[in-house]
Design a protein around this ligand. Structure first.
Ligand code: GLA
Length: 415
């Protein structure tokens, strides 16, 4: 039998779901998934991995513009139990969705019936192409990452599955290499042209730290979350069917902006290369909405770097101003917010102990991220839930988290 290596500081401590019950401790979830796997496949798993979801403190829609992001992993993760097969077949079962899927490695196709399995299918196609030997696998999945809440349940699923498949193949890859491969799964197999933020933070995150990532060079550093502060997440419960098309459209608009600005700023490759001063000087050459899209990205990159400086200087008032400015820019210039997100941000703003708040992730639904003093968390949660209920007639899910650890192997058979 194997051992439980509980290396996720905080997967037990510090997690509180203010809307629903606390997630079970990791050991119990691991034991439960072992039972699920054995029931499903008639044999025990040989490895169990985990990878977390994320929220982004600031730096939205900057990653695919070669810019900066400042996300953290949340204390909600996806567990994947796995065992190798030798017959070229993959069988997958999601205990969370109570749905199963199977396919052959010689013929990996997208599935319309089990869309969750496309993240796994894509990995079983791209990993062998990247030289990782896979002859088949049984996979069972259980997740505490809220689905459809904009906190990257898909990146968690990809990174946990990728970590498991690498372990089955008895090989390893740099976390950044796996993250890039998982991004390709989203881009090429699922069809959304996402950037690298979600997979990178799900893989690289460190407990109690934010991850400052330069999405061009892929250089990163860890920025500690100030003591006594936590992250509040409030989920609008809105899942917009147009996310993928609107997301891809924003990306195309940014590319149009770069092409137009290159006429006056020769040598720029991405909006990352445009300073706020250059933008102000040349924005008249752009037509709307491209001008406003570019203004968001250019100013957002500057806000990320200033937020890091302010965190390091313990200038939390400034951090808050930057978070609110980010939200306003996403609402008015990038046009990816919705009234539910605006209401949650505004409701939290008046609460003593709240540093700052903004929408997080791609937008058109999903969640807000709020930096709040630990002792003000209950007040924040009550307030945003009350105000939201008055506006929309239902109570949003909220939870608090501190930054969690990135993807890891949590259990493996020792025999
Ligand atoms: C989604 C994408 C990320 C990033 C954000 C917006 O979460 O997956 O790559 O672009 O939207 O910042």
């Amino acid at each position: 039998m194997g051992t439980v290596t509980v290396n996720e500081r905080g997967s037990r401590a510090g997690v509180r779901d203010l809307g629903r019950g606390m997630p079970q401790p990791l050991e119990e979830r691991v034991a439960h998934l072992q039972r699920v796997f054995t029931r499903q496949f008639g044999v025990a798993p040989s490895v169990i991995t985990r990878a977390p979801g994320r929220v982004n403190l600031i730096g939205e829609h900057t990653d695919y513009n070669d810019g900066f992001v400042l996300p953290l992993a949340i204390q909600r993760d996806t567990l994947v139990a796995a065992r190798a097969r030798v017959d070229g077949q993959v069988r997958a079962y999601s205990a969370t969705l109570r749905s199963g899927a199977q396919w052959y490695l010689r013929d990996v196709e997208q599935s319309a019936d089990q869309p969750w399995s496309n993240y796994l299918r894509g990995l079983t196609k791209l990993l062998p192409e990247a030289g990782v030997p896979i002859a088949g696998a049984d996979l069972a999945i259980a997740s505490t990452v809220p689905l459809g809440a904009g906190v990257s349940s898909s990146a968690a699923l990809e990174m946990a599955t990728g970590t498991a498949l690498l372990s089955l193949a008895e090989t390893s890859r740099a976390t950044t290499t796996l993250a890039l491969l998982c991004q390709r799964v989203e881009n090429e197999f699922v069809g959304v042209r996402t950037g690298i933020m979600d997979q990178f933070v799900s893989g690289l995150a460190q407990a109690q730290h934010l991850l400052l990532l330069d999405c061009r060079t892929q250089a990163y550093e860890y920025v500690p979350l100030p003591d006594g502060f936590v992250i509040g997440v409030a989920d609008t419960g809105v899942e917009h069917g147009l996310v993928a098309s609107e997301y891809n459209r924003r990306r195309a608009e940014c590319e149009l902006g770069v092409a137009a600005l290159a006429a006056v700023l020769p040598g720029i490759r991405a909006l990352r290369d445009v300073s706020v001063e250059d933008f102000v000087r040349h924005e008249h050459t752009l037509i709307d909405p491209v001008r406003r899209r570019c203004r968001h990205v250019v100013t957002e990159n500057a806000r990320v770097l200033e937020t890091v400086a302010a965190l390091r200087a313990e200038a939390l008032d400034r951090v808050g101003e930057l978070m609110y400015a980010s939200h306003t820019s996403l609402r008015d210039d990038y046009e990816v917010s919705i009234p539910e997100l605006d209401t949650l941000v505004e409701a939290g703003r008046g609460v003593r102990g709240v540093v700052g708040s903004r929408m997080t992730g791609g937008g058109f639904g999903g969640s807000t991220v709020t930096l709040v003093e630990q002792r003000a968390v209950n007040h924040w949660s009550r307030t945003v839930r009350d105000v939201f209920r008055q506006h929309f007639g239902r109570i949003p899910r909220t939870f608090i988290t501190t930054p969690a650890q990135g993807a890891s192997i949590v259990w493996h058979a020792t025999d």
